[in-house]
Write a protein that binds this ligand. Sequence first.
Ligand code: B12
Ligand code: SF4
Length: 473
Amino acid sequence: MKILLVAPCPKNEMRHHTMDIPQLTLSLIAGMTPPEHEVEICEEVYGDVINYDGHYDVVGITIMTQTCYRGYEIANEFKKRETTVVFGGIHATCIPQEALQYGDAVVIGEAEGLWEQVLLDLKKNKLQQYYKHTTLPDLQNISSPRRDLVRCKSGKFAVAPIETTRGCPYNCDFCTVSRFFGTKQRHKTMNHIISEAEEIEQHYLFFLDDNITGTKDFAKDLFRNLAPLKKHWVGQASVNISKDKEMMQLAHKSGCKALLIGFESMTDSGLNSYRKSLKSIQENVDAVKRLQDNGILTMASLIFGLDNDTEEVFDAGQEFLVKSKAAFFQSCIMTPYPGTPVFDRLKAENRILTDDWSKYDTTKVVIQPKNFSPELLLESANKLQKSMYANSSIMKRFWPNAMCGFDSALFYLSLNKGYQTRNVHKQQFGVNRNEAGVPLDFDTTKYVMPVKPIQPGIVTSGPGLGELIEELL
Ligand code: B12
Ligand code: SF4
């Protein structure tokens, strides 16, 4: 069969030129496809153009919430040509009923073992509507990604994605990860990870794991095995790494240049409700400094708009960033992703302002915060982001980060300048509300009308939401 795998990108999304990271998802699915099939990969964000008349037997589309409408538009084009369309990914898993309106089948959860079944069923002309696991797949025997099919290899820093684990024990109320990948971390074998890393031609690796140090012994072992490869890498970790000197040293020796750390909230009450483990601004400042002392830059991620947040959180965030001189800053606006307890709660409290999924990307306001206005949330988060990426701030934060090494200094400057440029684009977005008279019913057909006839009984909102994942976990 001739297969096309697509990662859609909304047309108005700006491409981030500083660091191009191809998605691992599509090459992984290609890797689990039996060799008798011919596979092509298309990543719209890097300018790949979809050949609608390529006579594919099946088109697989991966969707996140923010990209789902573009995914549905692509599906519509293929449905006009009577091509079979299969959806997968985090959004399709959270609302499989919705995705099914635009395609022929939905793979719920991880594709390993299910995608192979989809292809077998297709061959027999017996495609089912939903495919889902009864247990989460074991990563010990996972197939390797087909990196040879990935076209995007450029950028100032050419970065290759790689994963070592799946799952996150924290289960934060606003996040889909634990509900999707489970609360127990599952690992690939060390041999598999190291030989995959060895084969990657790029010098920079991006570990996709939500918390690379989630299992301490495994992480330390990984770093020891990685060191001889002399690669550089970036990844995500819990702030707890800053309390473990040996872990920081091993990470640094293995080539770790920067870690994205979710500090999430700077107020005690915010932290308590989202189960993070450092409590005061000073403790968080010290954590960043300890990482800097060990040669690791911090990308500090803060969420604004949590229910415990008062107007003071923005000043607290500012204080933390100024004092810590964190290398990078990601300001996330609280976004209620479908399938999360926060979505259900805010929906029940009528505090969701729009059902336009394309706005759900954490840079736009789609909720009514509890203690201040949506406008204040947007303005304050933007102001913080703008002040962090002002030239004066970039210069003030330069030295402690540049002390981490020449490569780090270069990386610091490039990424800060990249964020500065992107920021100009971001500031334009306002608070997003459904237009007057448009009901908040989470019915996507008012945004993208399916080409397939709408099947009666398929609900896109309400109690059905997320049920299928709950069952699995
Ligand atoms: C790395 C990452 C990024 C990187 C992406 C770099 C890259 N090019 O890969 C960066 C930093 C750029 C990024 C950006 C964003 N991200 Co991000 N990101 C992740 C992260 C940590 C890993 C993604 C990943 O590759 N996982 C590993 C792959 C293998 O898993 P997978 O994609 O789910 O694929 C498996 C299954 O879903 C299934 N599958 C997937 N697609 C398909 C398709 C078919 C046809 C089939 C059969 C199966 C299938 O099979 C795969 C193998 O089992 C996830 C969290 C997570 N653990 O997944 C968040 C996550 C995906 N990101 C998220 C968000 C919100 C964003 C942003 C909107 C904003 C932000 N603050 O980061 C932007 C938007 C980017 C965009 N593309 O539009 C959310 C999405 C929530 C949602 N409901 O949509 C997640 C889940 C994080 C979270 N805490 O909730 N992200
Ligand atoms: S926000 Fe981070 S720590 Fe919390 S569940 Fe999601 S991935 Fe885990």
